[in-house]
Design a protein around this ligand. Structure first.
Ligand code: 8DG
Length: 135
């Protein structure tokens, strides 16, 4: 059976309703693909603490997370299956600093599909775009 991993990802939105998108570097798995930053949930760790820890490690900044899951998807890659849990968040104070990723951009929802997203993220991107259309 394929390995199953549980990953949390932050949908960070600023005051202009731009969404934070991060580009995985050459050195990372799924290189040169865009993602909502985050990482694997460790054993005995809750998803919200895992997300705060990952953003601190990857961008040197603190986030405040929603207390509910925005959406959750499962995707089959060739070598593993991912359970991807997306949670909305806001930056607290500091600007993000790149420590692992190649780049980041803030994009309006309608421009999100211009990026080359990790395949598991596509349903999340679509849900974000549809969410905006409802208002
Ligand atoms: N963080 C994140 N990972 C994603 C997303 N979409 C997606 O397919 N992935 C994949 C890429 C990786 O294979 C895996 C997450 O692993 P990672 O390498 O970022 O997490 P980590 O920091 O805990 O990993 P590691 O240090 O143990 O290698 O999930 C996403 O939106 N955010």
């Amino acid at each position: 059976m394929k390995k199953k991993i549980r990953v949390v990802a932050a949908i960070i939105e600023n005051d202009k309703q731009d969404i934070f998108c991060a580009l995985r570097s050459q050195a990372m798995s799924l290189p040169n693909m865009w993602e909502f930053p985050g990482g694997k949930v460790e054993q005995d760790e809750d998803i919200f603490s895992a997300l705060q820890r990952e953003i601190q490690e990857e961008f040197n900044c603190l986030i405040a997370t929603d207390s509910v899951i925005f959406t959750e998807t499962t995707h089959d890659y060739d070598s593993f299956t991912i359970n991807l849990i997306a949670i909305k968040a806001k930056l607290i104070d500091q600007d993000p600093v790149l420590t692992e990723h190649a780049q980041y951009v803030w994009l309006q929802r309608e421009n999100l599909l211009s990026l080359n997203w990790a395949p598991a993220d596509i349903p999340i991107v679509e849900q974000l775009i549809n969410e905006k259309n409802r208002h």
